[in-house]
Design a protein around this ligand. Structure first.
Ligand SMILES: [Zn+2]
Length: 359
C-alpha cells in the first residue's frame, strides 16, 4: 500500500507543476461531488430508516404531490438552487435542510480526505494513512444520519452505535497506527478500553441524571454512541467529546430557551425538548478534525486563567452553576406543566432502535 503510494508520489512529482495542480484540483472536486451525492443519500436514510422503509426504493418523490423526481432534478444542491427550493411539478416548497445536508457532507468528506490523504500531495498534517479515509467517511456520514434522526425522532440508531463499535475495534486491529501503536493487539486493547470507558462513564451519567435530576436528557442511546466514540478515539477521546458536548449542549439549550422566550408562544415545551445527540455528534466531529487544537486551546485557557486572573475560575464557577440550575429548573417546570395537561412530550419510536428516554 505505502509502496504504491510512494510510486504515485514519485510519478506526481515528476509531472509538470501545472499538470500536478490540475490533478489535485480534479481529485478534490471529485471528493466534493462524492460527498454531495452521499449527502443526498443520507437525506433519504434520515427520512426512511425511522419509518422502517427501504432506502433504495421507491425512487425519491415529492412529499406534496407524490410525483417521482427524475434524475436530472435530483442533482445534489444544484437542483434545489435551480428550482429555488420548490417542487418542479406542484411548486410545493422543499426544505432548505436537504441542500444544507448535502453541502455539509461534501465538506466533511473533503476534510477527511485532506487530513488523512497523502500529505506529500496536499501538504497537510496528520497520518498519511489512506486506509483511514473510507472508515472515516463512513463515520462522518453516520454522525450526520444520527444527529438528524435524533432531532426528528429522538432516536440514535443501534445499528450505528453497535455496528460502528464493532467496526472501530476491527479498524484498530487492522490500522494500529490510528492509535499510535505498532502492534495490532495493543491498538485493539486501546480501542476496547475506550469502548469500556465510553460506555461506563455514559452509563454513570445516564443513571445519575435519572436519579438526581429526575430527567433523562442523557439516555441509553447516548451511552451506546459514547461507546462507539471510545472505541474509535480511545478513552481520552470519549471523555473529551463528552466535555465538549456539554458545552455545545449548554449553548444549544440556552439558545433554545432564548428562542422560546422571544417567541412567547404556548408551545414552550417544543423548542426545549432538544435531545443531547446533536451536541454529542457535533463534539465528535470537532474532536475528529481538531483534537490537537482543542487540547492546546484548553491548556492555554487554563494557563491564562491561572496566571493572569486568579479570580477567574472562582468567578466562572458560580455563573456556571447558577445557569445550570436555572436551566434544570426551567426544564422541570415545563415537563411538569406538560404532564399536567396530559401531553406526552415525546413521540413514539420504532421498537428496534434504542430511544433516548427509555430507562
Ligand atoms: Zn410536488
Amino acid at each position: 500500500m505505502s509502496e504504491a503510494l510512494s510510486a504515485l508520489n514519485r510519478w506526481l512529482i515528476a509531472l509538470p507543476e501545472a499538470d500536478a495542480v490540475f490533478l489535485v484540483r480534479l481529485t478534490l472536486g471529485f471528493v466534493l461531488c462524492l460527498g454531495a451525492v452521499i449527502g443526498s443519500f443520507l437525506n433519504v436514510c434520515v427520512y426512511r430508516i425511522p419509518l422502517g422503509l427501504s432506502v433504495s426504493r421507491p425512487r425519491s418523490h415529492c412529499f406534496s404531490c407524490g410525483k417521482a423526481i427524475p434524475w436530472f432534478l435530483n442533482i445534489p444542491i444544484l437542483s434545489w438552487l435551480a428550482l429555488r427550493g420548490r417542487c418542479a411539478n406542484c411548486r410545493a416548497p422543499i426544505s432548505v435542510r436537504y441542500p444544507l445536508v448535502e453541502a455539509a457532507t461534501a465538506i466533511l468528506f473533503l476534510l477527511v480526505f485532506q487530513m488523512w490523504g497523502n500529505p506529500t500531495l496536499f501538504g497537510l498534517n496528520r497520518l498519511p494513512t489512506p486506509l483511514l479515509i473510507l472508515p472515516l467517511w463512513a463515520f462522518v456520514a453516520s454522525v450526520v444520519v444520527d444527529v438528524l434522526i435524533d432531532l426528528d425522532h429522538r432516536i440514535l440508531l443501534d445499528r450505528i452505535s453497535l455496528g460502528g463499535t464493532a467496526l472501530a475495534l476491527l479498524l484498530a486491529a487492522l490500522v494500529p497506527v490510528w492509535f499510535g501503536e505498532a502492534a495490532w493487539w495493543r491498538a485493539l486493547l486501546a480501542s476496547l478500553g475506550g469502548a469500556a470507558a465510553g460506555f461506563g462513564v455514559g452509563f454513570a451519567i445516564a443513571w445519575a441524571g435519572e436519579r438526581i435530576f429526575l430527567q433523562d436528557a442523557f439516555g441509553f442511546g447516548d451511552v451506546k454512541w459514547l461507546m462507539l466514540f471510545g472505541a474509535l478515539f480511545g478513552w481520552r477521546g470519549a471523555l473529551c467529546i463528552l466535555m465538549i458536548a456539554a458545552f455545545v449542549g449548554l449553548g444549544m439549550g440556552l439558545a433554545a430557551l432564548l428562542g422560546a422566550k422571544l417567541r412567547r408562544r404556548g408551545e414552550e415545551a417544543g423548542p426545549l425538548a432538544i435531545p443531547f445527540g446533536p451536541a454529542l455528534g457535533a463534539a465528535a466531529l470537532l474532536w475528529l478534525f481538531w483534537s490537537d487544537a482543542l487540547v492546546r486551546l484548553a491548556f492555554e485557557a487554563h494557563a491564562w486563567a491561572l496566571q493572569h486572573r486568579p479570580a477567574f475560575l472562582g468567578a466562572l464557577l458560580p455563573v456556571l452553576l447558577v445557569s445550570l440550575a436555572w436551566l434544570l429548573h426551567r426544564v422541570r417546570a415545563i415537563r411538569a406543566a406538560a404532564q399536567e395537561e396530559g401531553l406526552e412530550p415525546l413521540p413514539e419510536e420504532s421498537p428496534d432502535d434504542d430511544r433516548h428516554h427509555s430507562a
